[in-house]
Design a protein around this ligand. Structure first.
Ligand code: AMP
Length: 437
């Protein structure tokens, strides 16, 4: 089905064309028609499915011919990064419409956000905490609000935002339409949907939440104190060219970024202790290719959208299957292919097995040939940089790469690794993933 079949406003079709979107993604073709008819939406879609345009396009369509200067749509998102990503998507989709958006999140001054409320930005995209700060003032009454979106509602629940969401709902006028998006539907979220949605069109693309197709999965068993060295080797040998690397803690993110930099691999980090300008700079540097690796904690990584990011690395096995989905959802977005690598310590095997069971995946275990397994590095998270760099550079060899098969036997995307480490450590532009045809 082409985009034109959705009968969107011509300015939006132009925007979609300009972005190079050839046809609506499944979530878009299912969500947009009922949304244009004025129905509420309840969508359970994996990240990377094109869900942002699925809720933005119908809203923009309904706003484009309306008088300007009134905020008619509010999008709630769990993190600053996701809010900014939605704003960027909106600006791209609405580039020929003249519609204006503003983003409202913590960590930056209130003043410009206040101006956006006063001027009546057509769409405000906000994180709940900062939005509630503004709600204390009369300029933020949002009395003309008609459309409300809750994006990544399950993540907002995880982050403890459910009471804040309820406060927001009490403050704003009853919206004409609500679009509710969540990758998973835990019971408190389901309860909320029953309370606030009216006969919503229900869109569930997968029965069970699952990582986007096009991701191949691999696990590297390794001892805890050798994970840093293994990751350095994978990067040096070119098995990974650029990667978003997840750690469970902020402290570990810092230490890992330092280790990588000491080994000549440009890395930055993004987590809750970093200021908004630092996060923005790290993300921009990663997107431009200045940094080859971005180390992130789960929460900070929400909303990171790097077009066709090749690799996501779980430096720690994520605590829950949903986290795995969210993490690997950062790669293979919108029909590209990508790789999810998990470093698995013996003590985390049970967690990984739980994730495999929950997602119906069998993740192949890979051994990196010629890696000094079992030989304790002198300083796994640091040490003499010069010597470490030398010893890792001296090692060579290829990892056997195979792909995970979903339980139904359908083959996921294949990927071969090349063993060259030449020139892998210099900054580069983001490599664009292959589009599946
Ligand atoms: P989302 O699930 O909204 O985070 O979308 C992920 C990515 O898919 C973004 O980079 C979008 O630009 C891209 N995208 C959204 N819709 C389409 C489409 N119909 N065709 C190709 N790419 C798309």
């Amino acid at each position: 089905m082409p985009f034109s079949a959705l009968k969107l406003h011509p300015t939006l079709v132009r925007g979609v064309d300009k972005l190079g979107f050839k046809r609506p993604s499944p979530i878009q073709s299912e969500a947009i028609p009922p949304a244009l008819e004025g129905r509420d939406l309840l969508a359970c879609a994996a990240t990377g499915s094109g869900k942002t345009a699925a809720f933005l396009l119908p809203i923009l369509h309904q706003l484009v011919d309306r008088p300007r200067g009134t905020t008619r749509a509010l999008v709630l998102a769990p993190t600053r990064e996701l809010a900014c990503q939605i704003r960027d998507d909106l600006n791209a989709l609405a580039q020929f419409t003249g519609l204006k958006s503003a983003v409202v999140h913590g960590g930056v001054a209130m003043g410009p956000q206040q101006t956006a409320f006063r001027r009546g930005a057509d769409v405000i995209i906000a994180t709940p905490g900062r939005l509630l700060d503004h709600f204390q003032y009369h300029y933020a009454a949002l009395s003309g609000l008609e459309y409300l979106v809750l994006d990544e509602a399950d993540r907002m629940l995880d982050m403890g935002f459910l009471p804040d969401i309820r406060r927001v709902l009490r403050h704003v006028p009853k919206p004409k339409q609500i679009f509710f998006f969540s990758a998973t539907m835990p019971p408190p979220i389901e309860k909320l949907t029953r309370e606030i949605l009216q006969e919503p069109a229900k869109i569930t693309l997968q029965r069970k939440a699952a990582p986007a197709e096009g991701v191949s999965h691999a696990a590297y068993p390794v001892l805890a104190n050798q994970r840093g060295a293994l990751l350095v080797d994978l990067l040096r040998r070119g098995h990974i060219d650029d990667a978003l690397v997840f750690t469970r803690t902020k402290h570990r993110a810092d230490r890992l970024a330092r280790l990588l930099n000491r080994n000549g691999i440009f890395a930055e980090r993004i987590h809750g202790n970093r200021s908004q300008p630092q996060r923005t700079k790290a993300l921009a540097g990663f997107k431009s290719g200045k940094f080859r690796v971005l180390v992130a904690t789960d929460i900070a990584a929400r909303g990171i959208d790097v077009e066709a990011l090749g690799h996501v690395v779980n430096f720690d096995v994520p605590a829950a299957p949903d986290d795995y989905i969210h993490r690997v959802g950062r790669t293979a977005r919108a029909e590209a292919t990508g790789e999810a690598l998990t470093l698995v310590m013996p003590e985390s095997e049970a967690d990984l097995a739980g994730i495999e069971r929950a997602l119906g995946l069998t993740i192949p275990r890979i051994r990196l040939e010629d890696f000094a397994y079992g030989v304790a590095p002198s300083a796994p998270q640091g040490g003499n940089a010069k010597n470490r760099a030398k010893s890792t550079a001296q090692r060579s060899g290829n990892a056997r790469w195979s792909t995970a098969k979903p339980a139904n036997g359908k083959r996921a995307a294949t990927q071969s690794a090349n063993g060259s480490s030449e020139g892998k450590n210099r900054p580069r532009r983001r490599r664009y993933g292959k589009r599946r045809t």
